[in-house]
Write a protein that binds this ligand. Structure first.
Ligand code: MIG
Length: 816
């Protein structure tokens, strides 16, 4: 006799069911509950929350009771709904803030956001979901639409015509123009059309898609699981969007200075002697360097929180010796914990239930470097604390920085990651890995950052991560993973890191020189020239590739690299200032021109040059055997950093760029604060500051300003007010240039007796400086007050004694 198995459905042939997409239908009722508007449709509905005049959260719900939770991307203190007037008409609900009007069409849930002039900023046409839990919305796109953001994506700056998936993925050597998913997922899209820009942030850590390619007059955003929880972020400028997005998801903490120095890495420096020798070579050759990375070979058979007893027998001694040279190490820590009952971390993890499990309770095992491994469930604060605490092992050794890799998480299997049905316990709100995936890496880095902070007792930690989700900037710097030593990848690093900057990731950079494949002398030179003006600056290369330390290609190359790495160190005060700005405002350290010149049609997709801060334009050479390149200068007058030639902007110029030169331009009337050349960021050689002023004039109408932030560079005491801020202002009138400076904050006392001002390539000749004598450069170097002509480009240097009361001086131009 047969059993019921005889009639199992599969035997009847494939079951084809039409998958219908649901929409909420028309609004049947709406209510306000504690400043939250709940609009119910025929099925499901939408919650509308105004987080400010400029930020609106719109979350679609399918059940009766809307779920208002957010992911860890959103700062809880920013998710407070505010009350704004709403007006109901026959067809619409109209919400009004001081900046926007949100119009919800009652028959369809169509949403329009207008500015106060009645111009449509955004239109969301169709919100729908299918029975399997995917959601989807469609938005208007204009003929002049341009798209930015989306974090770490390959290809050009403007994402119009592209389609991307957000699903953190470890693909080896993946930087290809067509790749849709990389290691990081930042579901923030910035849409600029005409004079308007806005951002859409989809807070969904499962798989999502942004398609600006397939629909002609519309773009779509969809996700395959979880909630359609979207934030409208108003502009009108991209800058406003970036500031507001980072007010919602957080900004980078000011890194310790050493973390923004030059870093050297390789997969792997194999033993203690090699690491020490490397550090000594940097010092002997006088090439500045702050950090050496330890890749996976430092561990005992890839067990995290161990050192290999043979190749690294005395890490404490090594770290002490490195410390004397001013070099730190940053070891790699992957999430995979080796399955080995004799290994304390594993044992503890199993006994205390820290590893990701299936619903039924069995631990998920996957293969990574250490062999079969288990993966901590960072979604649970209890586990995150445990993991953070384990870092005491490193901090006790004097380590202050950790490198998180493989935290997508990467697993050596078909899907390249954890099985989708593995659970994350999420402090009592369990979700599947499918719904949680993109948060895994960020929660690892969060646990790491918080653990380090705890054990470093007031020192700023540094975490570098490969994977991340929106908000990762609060915990870690991000590098772009396994690029290759291709010129194309060097060029692609620019739009990639620029868009990362627009997506909140102000502290980012690629592997300089390229990771996989073999670098060449020229590629290393050009890439380093570009890289020393990127926020994160690390040379890293893969096992089995040509060596790519700065001295690997003979003396000429070494000399150029020394010069450029040195330049990063001399510009450290300015760079640090920009990091502080990123912490305070969310604006990126390096910027695409479109951020500063949003009305210039030439720069909508310009990404083979970039701005450091607002006013320094960097134009790297990114092709072999090339000694000229075209550079676009936006409006204004620009001064060639190398020879002082003045160029009128708003046009293209042809820059001459032999190997030792990377074209750089400073906008007229710009201050750049420089310090002394140091071999490592905190070298005790004083805190001399030279304010360089480019293209000063002595004619009425000229003025320039700058503000310099300073603190001890390594502790958190700046958060209690131990920092200083100096305002510098230059203003001209009839043949005289007045310089004024004053401390607007003086909670930190820099170690210096004098201050210097250097007028670089001024438009006038100096006859005198009131109250100061003309002396020699040697006398200036001895610390005397006075001024001197430096020769080059007619620049002059003025030195005064430092005073907490500030001061002023007058530079008198020669007649005629
Ligand atoms: O290639 O730890 O992206 O920087 O050197 C697989 C070894 C594992 C990938 C990282 C790379 C690192 C390497 N890791």
């Amino acid at each position: 006799m047969e059993s019921s198995e005889a009639i199992r459905p599969e035997k009847m042939g494939p079951l084809v069911m039409k998958e219908t997409w649901n929409t909420p239908g028309g609004i049947v009722s709406w209510e306000r509950s504690e400043n939250i508007y709940i609009c119910r449709g025929e099925c499901g509905g939408m919650v509308i929350m105004f987080l400010s005049d400029e930020i609106v959260r719109m979350k679609v719900f399918r059940d009766k009771v809307p779920d208002l939770t957010t992911t860890a991307a959103i700062l809880p203190e920013c998710c407070i709904p505010h009350l704004f007037p709403v007006e109901e008409t026959e067809n619409e609900l109209i919400f009004t803030t001081s900046a926007i009007r949100l119009i919800l069409e009652k028959s369809s849930f169509l949403i329009k956001v207008e500015n106060m002039q009645g111009k449509v900023i955004m239109q969301q046409n169709l919100t729908s979901w299918n029975p399997r839990g995917a959601s989807h919305a469609e938005y208007d796109m204009q003929p002049d639409s341009h798209f930015y953001g989306l974090g770490e994506k390959a290809s050009f700056l403007d994402k119009r015509g592209e389609r991307y998936t957000n699903w953190n993925t470890d693909v080896f050597a993946p930087h290809l123009p067509e790749i849709e998913a990389l290691y990081e997922s930042i579901p923030l899209l910035i849409h600029m059309h005409g004079e308007l820009s806005y951002g859409l942030f989809l807070d969904n850590p499962g798989r999502s898609d942004f398609d600006m390619r397939s629909h002609g007059v519309a773009f779509t955003i969809s996700c395959s699981t979880g909630a359609y929880d979207i934030y409208f972020i108003n502009g009108p400028h991209i800058k406003d969007v970036v500031k507001r997005y980072t007010s919602l998801t957080g900004r980078i903490p000011l890194p310790p200075k050493w973390a923004i120095g030059y870093h050297q890495s390789r997969y792997s420096y194999m033993n203690q002697q090699e690491v020490l020798q490397l550090a000594r070579t940097f010092r002997e050759k006088r090439i500045p360097c702050d950090v050496i990375y330890l890749d996976i070979h430092y561990m005992d058979e890839y067990r995290v929180f161990t050192f290999d007893p043979v190749n690294f027998p005395s890490p404490d001694k090594m770290i002490r010796e490195l410390g004397e040279l001013g070099v730190r190490i940053v070891p790699i820590v992957d999430p995979g914990v080796k399955k080995d009952p004799n290994y304390e971390v594993y044992k503890e993890g199993v006994l205390d239930k820290h590893f990701c499990r299936r619903l039924e309770g069995d631990i998920f095992f996957g293969e990574v470097w250490p062999g079969i491994s288990a993966f901590p469930d960072f979604s649970d604060s209890r586990t995150a604390e445990w993991w953070g605490d384990l870092h005491k092992y490193y901090t006790d050794l004097g380590i202050q920085g950790i490198w998180n890799d493989m935290n997508e998480p990467a697993v050596f299997n078909e899907s390249k990651t954890m099985d989708l049905d593995v659970m994350h316990f999420n402090n009592g709100r369990p979700v599947t890995h499918e719904e949680y995936h993109n948060l895994y890496g960020m929660m690892m880095s969060k646990a790491t950052y918080e653990g380090l902070a705890e054990h470093l007792q007031g020192e700023r930690p540094f975490v570098l991560t490969r994977a991340g989700y929106a908000g990762i900037q609060r915990y870690a710097a991000v590098w772009t993973g396994d690029n290759r030593s291709f010129w194309e990848h060097m060029a692609m690093a620019m739009p990639m890191v620029l868009n990362m900057g627009l997506s909140g990731l102000a502290f980012a950079g690629p592997d300089i020189g390229g990771f996989a494949h073999h670098t060449s002398a020229q590629l290393l030179v050009r890439w380093t020239q570009m890289g020393v003006f990127f926020p994160y600056c690390r040379n890293h290369s893969s096992i089995g590739t040509l060596r790519q330390e700065p001295w690997s290609f003979g003396e000429e190359v070494e000399g150029i690299l020394r010069e450029f790495i040195g330049l990063r160190y001399r510009w450290m005060p300015h760079l640090y200032n920009l990091f502080r700005e990123a912490e305070v405002s969310g604006l990126p350290v390096i910027r695409p021109l479109i951020l500063e010149y949003p009305r210039d049609p030439h720069v909508t997709n310009l990404c083979d040059q970039y701005l450091l801060g607002e006013n320094v334009l960097i134009a790297p050479v990114y092709r072999p055997d090339t000694d000229h390149r075209s550079v676009y200068l936006p409006e204004g007058r620009w001064i060639d950093y190398w020879d002082g030639e003045v160029h009128e902007g708003g046009r293209h110029i042809l820059a001459v760029a032999p190997l030792r030169i990377m074209p750089m331009y400073v906008r007229e009337g710009t201050f750049v604060a420089e310090g002394p050349l140091k071999q490592y960021a905190q070298e005790e050689t004083g805190e001399m500051i030279i304010f360089h002023l480019y293209g000063a004039q002595a004619e009425e109408g000229f003025s320039a300003s700058y503000s310099l932030y300073e603190d001890d560079g390594h502790s958190f005491s700046y958060r209690k007010g131990d920092y200083s801020e100096m305002r510098v202002h230059a203003e001209a009138e009839k043949g005289r240039l007045m310089l004024k400076w004053s401390y607007t904050m003086d909670g930190y006392k820099p170690h210096r007796e004098t201050l210097r001002f250097a007028l670089c390539y001024p438009f006038f000749e100096t006859a005198a400086v009131e109250g100061l004598g003309e002396i020699s450069i040697e006398e200036l170097d001895e610390g005397r007050a006075g001024w001197t002509r430096n020769g080059k480009g007619g620049s002059i240097i003025v030195q005064v004694s430092e005073s907490r009361d500030g001061g002023e001086l007058v530079i008198v131009a020669a007649q005629g």
